[in-house]
Design a binder for this molecule. Structure first.
Ligand code: ZN
Length: 279
């Protein structure tokens, strides 16, 4: 099944798509798509729920995300384009949850940003607490999968000292969605295409089969260092084709349009804008 959160920013309501792809209102049964409720998504019958009329903005399809964990350098082709050897064990870092936004919301370049970049990725949403889980048990802790764009400013990330978090955490640098897709409908997490078009030009055309560390290994690995809680998201790394890997590099600029798709997880579209706040 495909779950959504719809409505204005900050006032989204939970919903589920019916067989015709229409939104059904889940708010009678679920306070929101968060916490322990993520473990009971399988019991929902969309056709018993009221239809939502009209076109709706979609928000992040998970509420109350406690942690957004990003895996770095997890594709053989992406490591190669950065001139780096594949890591011996997973690299991970945190993106601020204030960066999260809906799948089609505008991406706002932060003040001073000159090297903004995109990354199409498979996102994993945790449904049950995972602590010291084995690889064999890891996927049973997954509530579903989401498409994500893990945006960065490469200057903030790499040239400004410190950790990657600095370049990964600006507001709107975390589009998620459109849907939270349950594992039965999403299919094998190692059998998904990832594509990103910038202004209609294909930039990324990858496949999750090329991950260095598969999803079950990532969940097991991270859970050795911190517990994973319901609603946490793991962005599992980007394939090749990002702006930084090109010669010359390609950086996002106002007016750019991104279109991103991951497996059966739906399509995102974002327009890039300049930050309009006061100096
Ligand atoms: Zn990434």
């Amino acid at each position: 099944m495909r779950f959504v959160r719809f409505g204005p920013t900050g006032a989204e309501r939970p919903g589920v798509l019916d067989h015709e792809g229409r939104i059904r209102d889940l708010s009678g049964d679920f306070r929101d798509l968060s916490g322990a409720d993520l473990a009971r998504l399988g019991a929902v019958d969309p056709h018993k729920l009221p239809l939502v009329e009209g076109s709706q903005r979609l928000g992040v399809p998970v509420a109350a995300v406690g942690k957004y964990i990003c895996i770095g350098m997890n594709y053989t082709d992406h490591a190669r384009e950065n001139g780096m050897f594949p890591p011996r064990e997973p690299i991970f870092f945190l993106k601020a949850t204030s960066a999260l936004c809906g799948p089609n919301d505008p991406v706002i370049l932060p003040r001073g940003s000159v090297k903004a970049d995109f990354e199409a990725e498979l996102g994993v949403v945790i449904g049950r607490e995972a602590k010291y889980v084995t690889e064999d048990a890891a996927l049973s802790h997954v509530a579903g999968y989401v498409a994500v764009n893990d945006l960065s400013d490469r200057e903030f990330q790499i040239e400004r000292a410190g950790q990657w978090t600095k370049g990964k955490s600006a507001d709107t640098f975390g589009p998620v969605g459109p849907w939270l897709v349950t594992p039965d409908e999403a299919g094998d997490p190692q059998d998904m295409v990832l594509r990103l078009h910038l202004n209609g030009v294909a930039m990324q055309d990858g496949h999750t089969a090329n991950m260095i560390f598969p999803v079950k290994r990532l969940i097991s690995y991270v859970s050795q260092f911190m517990s994973l809680q319901p609603g946490d998201i793991i962005a599992t790394g980007s394939p090749a084709g990002v702006g930084m890997g090109r010669r010359p590099p390609v950086w996002l600029k106002p007016g750019d349009e991104m279109e991103l798709e991951v497996g059966r997880l739906g399509t995102q579209r974002q327009t890039v804008q300049r930050y309009q706040g006061f100096d």
